[in-house]
Design a binder for this molecule. Structure first.
Ligand code: 5GP
Length: 188
C-alpha cells in the first residue's frame, strides 16, 4: 500500500477556501480534512473539533513546546497550527490529507514533505475580493484594508506553489480541483 498525499490549499481569506475544502472531501474518497488548532475566537456556527480545535494561547504554546505541530504560524495576530499526529497516521494508512493553511504554513509543510502538493486559490480580481469582504461584514474597513495589503505581499510567494486556480465560480473550481487532486493522489 502506498502513502497518502498531502494537499495544501492556500489563498486570501474570502476566496471560498473553506467551502472548497468541504466540497472536496465529500467528493474524493480517500481524502480527509486536517482540522487545525487556533487561538482565535469561535465564529457563530463554528464547532470545536470540526472547524478547528479552539485552544487558549497557553494551550497552543504548550503544544509548540511539546513539538506537536507539523507547522504553525501567526496569522492576523492569532496562532494557527496543524497537529502532526493525525497527519502522519493518515498518510501511513494510505489516506490523503487536505490542509487549508496560510502561505507561511504551506512553505513549512513543503520543506518537511517535499511531495506535498501546494495549490494557491486566487479570487477573480483583488477588487472583487475587497467587495466580497465588505459584503461579508465580518471585518471592519480598516481590517479589510490591512488584509488587502497583506494579500499583495502573500502573492509574491505564488511561484513556490505547484498549481494556481482562480475561483470564478464554485462548481467549476470544485471540478478543476477534483481533477488535479485525484491525479496527484494516483502518482507515486
Ligand atoms: P480563518 O480565521 O478565517 O478561519 O483563517 C485565517 C487564515 O488562517 C486562513 O488563511 C487559513 O488558511 C489560515 N489557517 C487556518 N488553519 C491554519 C493552520 O493550521 N496553519 C496555518 N499556517 N494557517 C492556517
Amino acid at each position: 500500500m502506498h502513502q497518502g498525499k498531502l494537499i495544501v490549499l492556500s489563498g486570501p481569506s474570502g476566496t471560498g477556501k473553506t467551502t472548497l475544502c468541504r466540497e472536496l472531501v465529500k467528493r474524493i474518497p480517500g481524502l480527509v480534512f486536517s482540522i487545525s488548532a487556533t487561538t482565535r475566537d469561535k465564529r457563530p456556527g463554528e464547532r470545536d473539533a470540526y472547524d478547528y480545535y479552539f485552544l487558549t494561547p497557553a494551550e497552543f504554546k504548550r503544544k509548540i513546546k511539546a513539538g506537536e505541530f507539523l507547522e504553525w504560524a501567526k496569522v492576523y495576530s492569532h496562532y494557527y497550527g496543524t497537529i502532526k499526529k493525525p497527519i502522519t497516521d493518515n498518510l501511513a494508512k494510505g489516506v490523503s490529507v487536505l490542509l487549508d493553511i496560510d502561505m507561511q504554513g504551506a512553505l513549512q509543510v513543503k520543506n518537511k514533505f517535499s511531495q506535498a502538493v501546494l495549490i494557491f486559490i486566487l479570487p477573480p480580481s483583488l477588487e472583487e475580493l475587497r467587495q466580497r469582504l465588505i459584503r461579508r461584514k465580518r471585518d471592519s474597513l480598516d481590517t479589510i484594508a490591512r488584509r488587502m495589503k497583506q494579500i499583495e505581499e502573500e502573492m509574491k510567494y505564488i511561484p513556490q506553489y505547484d498549481q494556481v486556480v482562480t475561483n470564478k465560480d464554485l462548481v467549476n473550481t470544485v471540478k478543476c480541483l477534483q481533477t488535479i487532486i485525484k491525479q496527484r493522489m494516483k502518482t507515486e
